[in-house]
Design a protein around this ligand. Structure first.
Ligand SMILES: Nc1ncnc2c1ncn2[C@@H]1O[C@H](COP(=O)(O)OP(=O)(O)OP(=O)(O)O)[C@@H](O)[C@H]1O
Ligand SMILES: [Mg+2]
Length: 345
């Protein structure tokens, strides 16, 4: 099957970023990645204009496709925060400003230990940005870059926290729509926090389900549910599918489906057989493998029906037959400030 809607959106938008419904294509198709020299250039900029309102920019944490994430210090209380700032070339882009505002609107009322706290949305010097609590910059994608063994011995706790964050988000009436390892941060003491509510949606209930119309196709290809790919109505079960893809990757080291073209990848979500983690790792318990496979069911009605069901199962089912060893390398070692949360000096 060809997914023309998605393919056309990809073709017509910006080369990077959440190009027409495809967020972070760089994670999947490496030739889209951001270059180091631009990071260098933007770091230099901080010397020229190093304040955004009352926040002093201290360090560029991450240069994304549309946003920069900065570590910043609020002069009045000397506390550190994370600022998500639109990149200069996007600052007049109403759609991108809308995404940032939307992210703040969704997350401002959320209050959970496994969800990043959003503090304010501001515009200073024509630059819109969100102020957040500063947490570890290490996301789960980065944490398994050298292989999933790096986090295997803490995986039960990581999965539990990730599922709790999503259970809470759903209880507040939202679907996240972009659950993936890149959007969960991990600290040195193995705390997990969900971020990035840019494309989160209100869960439609009652009559809204029938008359809501088709959804814009948005998401990240490696983790999109079949109904998300088809522009269908999204409920928590769509996030459960994406969470299944993510857990699969955290155990197996790669997402459940990979392909040479975007369209082949989307097709696989819709119709390829559901893969088994046991093929490459005989230490995975077959009960846990079955939970992940159930989360990956093509039809929402064949999946666990809500995150409470998922939580109950993951809490009572060991992931591995033998407890994984503590690895000699630490996933935080390669990252400046990765996982370290220090008081401002
Ligand atoms: N509160 C925070 N504290 C520390 N680091 C953070 C924080 N929020 C985000 N980051 C860092 O910035 C990265 C990107 O954040 P986020 O997912 O919100 O942006 P994005 O819109 O997805 O960016 P992209 O344009 O790359 O898709 C995270 O993976 C993490 O490394
Ligand atoms: Mg993100």
């Amino acid at each position: 099957m060809m997914f023309f809607a998605v393919a056309r959106r990809l073709g017509q938008s910006r080369p990077k970023g959440r190009a027409g419904g495809q967020r972070n294509p760089a994670a999947e198709f490496p030739d889209d990645s951001t270059h180091d020299d631009s990071i260098h250039n933007e770091s230099i900029m901080v010397k020229v204009r190093d304040f955004l309102g009352p926040y002093r920019l201290a360090r560029l944490i991450r240069l994304g496709s549309t946003c920069q994430v900065w570590e910043a210090i609020l002069e009045q209380d000397n506390k550190r925060y994370a600022l998500k700032v639109l990149r200069p070339e996007q600052r007049g882009n109403k759609e991108e400003i809308g995404f940032l505002k939307h992210e703040f609107e969704v997350a401002k009322e959320l209050n959970h230990k496994n969800i990043i706290k959003l503090i304010e949305f501001r515009t200073n010097a024509e630059t819109p940005f969100i102020v957040m609590e500063l947490f570890s910059e290490l996301n789960l994608k980065m944490a398994i870059r050298k292989g999933p063994e790096a986090i295997a011995y803490q995986l039960a706790s990581i999965v539990d926290q990730a599922c709790e964050s999503l259970y809470y988000l759903h209880s507040k009436g939202y679907v996240h729509c972009d659950i993936k390892p890149d959007n969960l941060l991990l600290s040195r003491n193995w705390e997990v926090k969900l971020i990035d509510f840019t494309i989160a949606k209100k869960i439609r209930t009652g009559i809204g389900k029938l008359f809501g119309g088709k959804n814009k196709v948005e998401g990240t290809r490696s983790y999109m549910s079949p109904e998300q790919i088809k522009g269908g109505n999204l409920d928590p079960r769509s996030d459960i599918y994406s969470m299944g893809c993510m857990i699969y990757e955290l155990i197996g080291g790669k997402a459940p489906y990979t392909a040479n073209t975007p369209n082949d990848l989307l097709n696989k979500h819709v119709s390829a057989p559901i893969p088994s983690l046991l093929v490459n790792n005989d230490n995975v318990s077959s009960d846990f493998n079955n939970i992940v496979r159930k989360m990956l069911a093509k039809k929402p009605e064949d999946r666990p029906q809500d995150m409470w069901d998922v939580l109950k199962m993951v809490r009572t089912t060991p992931i591995f037959k033998k407890p994984p060893r503590i690895p000699s390398t630490n996933p935080f070692d390669d990252y400046q400030g990765g996982g370290r949360i220090e008081p401002a000096s």
